[in-house]
Design a protein around this ligand. Structure first.
Ligand code: XUL
Ligand code: CO
Length: 443
């Protein structure tokens, strides 16, 4: 079995849970994978996943400067050999971190060749090593995806390209990515609409492009069925970047699209915090929109910067945020096929390999703490009681009659003419609730 000759992270051992008092920066203070929360282990609640693209492929460049990342194991070439060696490093990292899953785009793991045939051959060669390493470590594939946005051929989009041949190329690429995801036992497959959107409407036929995107997704669903892939499909909302407007702009837009094109049975949503905030929403809002439509599938865990207007993809460290994420997830039945997938990158200034560990440990601990606090809030019941109390009238006679279709405008008018006016409203108690949430956070 392939093995990296020397360890890529020789000074770092297995990251262990040492409890909240630990001063060891390479230990968990909250993530204790076997600890039971609401009767389930933290490992099974959180289903942490490392992303290949940021953690193993991002050189940490920005529009103003070259990459800074020190990755001593990487020879800097785009060779298949280098790609295979990188897999060993990735699995050493993930094993030491103790995550059960990872996620990748086809082009993260293997280089593109001169032709599609060569590209597929490259992918197969690396997938062989991925499979060996999955078997060696027990780490599984959370979801696979195809990169339909980096290559210049996708400049106008992929499934929504005005060029039908580009649509065909994207179809061939996704076909292969589905086969590989299936081969690796992937639990899901994600569509993030890379460049599926527009830069200006003067040259764009929006209706035609959207119908092409729907056709593309139906083809993917049909092919998955043919090859026996039963993983969950996800669509990942994002409002802009790289295009001025991405069609999958937020959870509501995605759900509307899925409903319009009869795709709700096949795709759930993969929600990403920084995408939510770019759309002018909170992650809590997006979780609620998806969850209340039974479409909450998985999350890309990260955060943006309040003062920067782009997709900074930072690691999530804000306990308030992780608490709201976990409250939303628990409310809608927990993660089943999905996971807490760290679609996040270290800052350009955090260029050393050890920073990859600090970043993930921080994110995992923040989510573990969020999980514990969310479970405490649910067990305590005061927040739920306050929310329920706000709707008390709907549990009484009139509310129940309206909810069970026993009223119409005429009967309601009659009732209100008799009463003259409503009897009164009750306080929303927002400040009380915010104080209550703070009290859990400081416990
Ligand atoms: C882009 C993004 C992607 C998807 C997978 O903003 O989030 O990395 O998660 O294609
Ligand atoms: Co993402």
């Amino acid at each position: 079995m392939a093995a990296f000759p020397e360890a890529a992270f020789p000074e770092i051992g297995k990251i262990r849970y040492e409890g909240p008092d630990s001063r060891n920066p390479l230990a968990f203070r909250h993530y204790d994978e076997n600890q039971l929360v609401e009767g389930k282990t933290m490992r099974d609640h959180l289903r942490f996943s490392v992303v290949y693209w940021h953690t193993f492929r991002n050189p940490l460049s920005d529009p103003f400067g070259a990459g800074t990342a020190l990755r001593p194991w990487d020879d800097g070439t785009d060779s298949v050999e280098n790609a295979k060696k990188r897999v060993l490093v990735a699995f050493e990292f993930m094993e030491k971190l103790g995550v059960p899953f990872y996620a990748f785009h086809d082009r993260d793991v293997a280089p593109e060749g001169a032709t599609l045939t060569e590209t597929n051959r490259n992918l197969d060669a690396v997938v062989e090593v991925l499979l060996q390493q999955q078997q060696r470590t027990g780490i599984g594939l959370l979801w696979g995806t195809a990169n339909l946005f980096s290559h210049p051929r996708y400049m106008h989009g992929a499934a929504t390209s005005p060029n039908a041949e580009v649509f065909a190329h994207a179809a061939a690429q996704v076909k292969k990515a589905l086969e590989v995801t299936h081969q690796l036992g992937g639990q899901g497959y994600t569509f993030w609409g890379g460049r599926e959107g527009y830069q200006n409407l003067w040259n764009t036929d929006m209706g035609r492009e959207l119908s092409h995107l729907a056709r593309f997704l139906h083809m993917a669903v049909d092919y998955a069925r043919q090859i026996g892939f039963s993983g969950q499909f996800y669509i990942e909302p994002k409002p802009k970047e790289p295009t001025k407007h991405q069609y999958d702009s937020d959870a509501a837009a995605c759900l509307n699209f899925l409903r319009q094109y009869d795709l709700t049975d096949h795709l759930k949503l993969n929600l990403e915090t920084n995408h939510a905030t770019l759309a002018g929403h909170t992650m809590q809002h997006e979780l609620e929109v998806a969850g209340s439509s039974a479409a909450l599938g998985s999350i890309d865990a990260n955060t943006g910067d309040m003062l920067l207007g782009w997709d900074t993809d930072q690691f999530p460290t804000d306990i308030y945020l992780t608490t709201t994420c976990m409250l939303g997830i628990l409310k809608y039945g927990g993660l089943t096929t999905g996971g807490v997938n760290f679609d996040a990158k270290v800052r350009r200034e955090s260029f050393e390999p050890v920073d990859l560990f600090y970043a993930h440990i921080g994110g995992m601990d923040a989510f573990a703490q969020g999980l514990k606090i969310a479970a405490a809030i649910r067990a305590d019941g005061r927040l739920d009681a306050l929310r329920q109390q706000r709707y008390a009238s709907w549990d009484q006679e009139l509310g129940q009659q309206i909810e069970s279709d026993q009223h119409d405008f005429q009967s309601l008018e009659k009732l209100m003419l008799e009463k003259g006016d409503i009897t009164g409203n009750q306080s929303g108690r927002q400040e009380l609730i915010e104080n209550l949430i703070n009290s859990y956070l400081s416990e």
